[in-house]
Structure formats: C-alpha cells, structure tokens
Design a protein around this ligand. Structure first.
Ligand SMILES: [Zn+2]
Ligand SMILES: [Zn+2]
Length: 334
C-alpha cells in the first residue's frame, strides 16, 4: 500500500479537462489543476531540488494509484494522438508478420522467421475517441478511419481486456501499465510488439512475400548427374543450387524429397531422356544384397555378373555395364 502523502503525480487535469505534464507547468502558474484519479485540487510543486510533481491540496484516502495510472494513460494517449494528427507526426504500430521467401520456387513455401511490420496509423485512423460506445463495448480509446475501420486501445493496469472483447473481431492494442514510467510507452508514439507490455490482438498477420535473396536458408534435395555418368542426390541451399546450374556440363533437378526410390526414379528418367548415365540400378546384372550384406558394407548393389557388392556408381567404370529397361521399376514413361 502506498502512503497517500507520498503520491507524487506527474500528470493532472486542467480547466479544459486536458492532461497536463508537470514538466510543462510554469513556476508561477496560477492555473487550477485537478487530480486525474480522485478529482481533488492539485498544487504543482516546482522546487529547485525536488523532482517536479503535482501534490494533493488536501490529502485524501480515496485517491487510488491504479485509477490514476489508468485514467492518465487514457488522457495521455488521447492528447498525444491528437497532437500527432494535428502536427502531422507519425504514430506507429509494430507487430510481427510471417515472412515468406519467393526466391526459391520449390514445392513447399519457404517460411522464414517473422518480421516486424511497421505502420503509421495516423495515415488512416484520423479520429480518436475517449470511452466512446461501440456496439456492446466501450473501449478505453477508439481509433477510427473514414472507411469505418476501428482499433481499440485498451489500458491494462490490473484488469485485462474482457474475454468477450477479445473474442470479438475487433483489433485491440493492449498496453500494460504498472507504474508512471510505463506511460513513456504512450508518449513514444510507437507501440511495438517487441515490448512485452504491448499486445496486438485480432490483427491480421498476412504473410509478407518477397524475394529475400540474402536471407533464404532453404535447402532442397538436388539430383546431380555429372559429365562422367555418375550421380547423386544432395541437400543444397537454394543459392548453391542457383550457382550450380550455371555449370551446364552437369544435369540438375530439384526433387520434392530425398529417398532411395526418388533416386532410382530419377536415374531411370535420366536414362530414358537419353542423358549419359551409368548406374548399376539401371544394369541388367544388378541384384539386391541381403539385408546383412547391405548392413555390413553399406553397398546397395549385388552384381550378378561379377558376384560382388558395389555402390551403384561403380557402373561408371564397369566394362560389363548394360542398361536394360526391362529391369526398370520405378518410372514408367507415359
Ligand atoms: Zn487524487
Ligand atoms: Zn527461400
């Protein structure tokens, strides 16, 4: 519990019911000020040594810090936002949207990390209302555009937005205020999701699709057929792929996945296309090693002619190699 005598407020209301920052009050000001929370008379304290503040003329038990923070946040937002509108100063909001790279045109979209999207809301939201009724709700502040778009700004000192407000489709910016220093969030003219005290609810987070050429981390399974007839599937980054395809001596194909059957399928396709390929899987003499042989050697070919185990690229240097379509199983030309 805060001792009532110690309450030193930075803000009070003036005759026009507008919020006043003690920093803007003249030393010998004779204006009258009221407490934003309890409505009691306030005196500006502008000493040489002490921090400037407003003090209650009569100390009252009914003044609550929570109400003060809630109300001053609302009045402050209203003033700051109106000043932005009249003086042409941007009031920005920043929230995260997913980012999709369109550089790598493969089967799966390339979803990258999220990106902080920045918008100056004064461009569209030209009207601001304090505690104005909107359907069944009374948002702390209502921003509206000429095209009837709306944003609610809610100040959460202790109470967060009600679940019905949250489940409505209204866009809500919730600002958590715990002490007077938090009011700087509102004065900064930038509400950012990067700050844990600010939450964006029901905002449409459409993906930003761009050529993120320098940031794309996508790797793709690439079938590579070398000039000597050997082949492989490798995972390569999209940018290595873009560099590789400039070498026209080899044949490249981006696959949707990397596994043994896609490999065999690409071998058969390459052969049927008339490309120079030598691979035991295409040879009439190739057989399957036993599970045990395969496990022990890692070789996937048992050559029925040489009666020995090999990796499938052995065909490149084998003089008995005979490609034979009658042993093809993975790809049928249509
Ligand atoms: Zn008060
Ligand atoms: Zn990409």
């Amino acid at each position: 519990m805060i001792g009532k005598k110690s309450i030193k407020y930075r803000y009070a209301l003036n005759l026009e019911d507008a919020i006043v920052d003690i920093g803007a009050v003249e030393r010998l000001s004779e204006n009258a000020y009221w407490c934003i929370s309890c409505g009691g008379d306030m005196i500006p304290v502008i000493g040489e040594k002490r921090r400037r503040h407003f003090r209650h003329k009569v100390v009252t038990e009914s003044c609550s810090l929570e109400t003060y923070l809630h109300k001053s946040s609302k009045y402050l937002f209203l003033k700051v936002y109106k000043d932005c509108l009249t003086e042409g100063i941007p009031y920005e909001i920043q929230f995260y949207r997913p980012k999709i790279c369109k550089r790598c045109t493969t089967i799966d979209p390339c979803t990258m990390q999220h990106v902080l999207f920045n918008a100056d809301i004064t461009k569209h939201f030209k009207h601001v209302y304090l505690e104005s009724k909107d359907g069944q709700f009374i948002p702390d502040l209502l921003l509206s555009s000429d095209a009837s778009q709306k944003i609610y700004v809610e100040i959460a000192v202790k109470h967060f937005s009600s679940s019905s407000k949250l489940s409505s489709e209204n866009k809500i910016i919730e600002i958590k205020i715990e002490n007077e220093d938090d009011l700087s969030l509102i004065r900064a003219c930038r509400l950012s999701e990067d700050d844990g005290r600010i939450e964006f609810i029901n905002f449409e987070r459409k993906a930003i699709i761009k050529d993120y050429s320098s940031e794309c981390n996508k790797t793709v399974p690439l079938f590579i057929l070398n000039p000597n007839g050997s082949s492989t599937i490798k995972m390569v980054s999209w940018f290595d792929y873009e560099k590789l395809i400039k070498n026209e001596k080899s044949y490249y194909k981006v696959l949707d996945r990397k596994n043994p059957s896609t490999y065999k399928r690409e071998l058969e396709k390459a052969h049927l296309k008339g490309l120079k390929i030598h691979n035991c899987f295409l040879c009439r003499y190739h057989g399957k090693p036993t599970a045990r042989q395969h496990e022990e050697t890692g070789n996937s070919i048992f050559c029925k002619f040489l009666k020995s185990l090999f990796t499938s690229n052995e065909a490149v240097k084998c003089k008995y190699y005979r490609a034979d379509q009658s042993v093809f199983r993975n790809y049928k030309k249509v």
